[in-house]
Design a protein. Structure first.
Length: 87
C-alpha cells in the first residue's frame, strides 16, 4: 500500500543528491530487518550521488531487537550489528 521499498530510496535520492545537501541521516528504527535482505535492497536503490554524501544512522530499539525489547529477544535479532558496514 505505501510502497516503502520504492518510496524510501526515491526520497533519499531526491533530497540527498542535491548540491545544497552535505549529509543525510536515518535516525532510529531503520529497516526492521533481521536478515539484511531489505537493507541490501534499499541501499542498492540509492544513487551514487546520494551515497557520495556523508551518511549518519542512529540505531533505534527495533534495530537491536526486532520486537523492540530485550525482554522478547530472539537469536535472530541483529543487535545493531552492521551499521558501519555499508559506507
Amino acid at each position: 500500500e505505501f510502497k516503502t521499498i520504492e518510496n524510501t530510496p526515491t526520497l533519499i535520492n531526491t533530497f540527498a543528491s542535491g548540491d545544497n545537501i552535505d549529509f543525510w541521516s536515518i535516525t532510529g528504527d531503520n529497516f526492521y530487518d533481521r536478515t539484511g535482505e531489505i537493507t541490501a535492497d534499499v541501499f542498492s536503490r540509492i544513487s551514487l550521488q546520494a551515497k557520495s554524501k556523508i551518511f549518519n544512522t542512529v540505531p533505534g530499539n527495533h534495530d537491536h531487537w526486532a520486537l523492540g525489547s530485550p525482554d522478547v529477544a530472539s537469536v535472530h535479532d541483529q543487535c545493531g550489528n552492521g551499521f558501519m558496514q555499508y559506507y
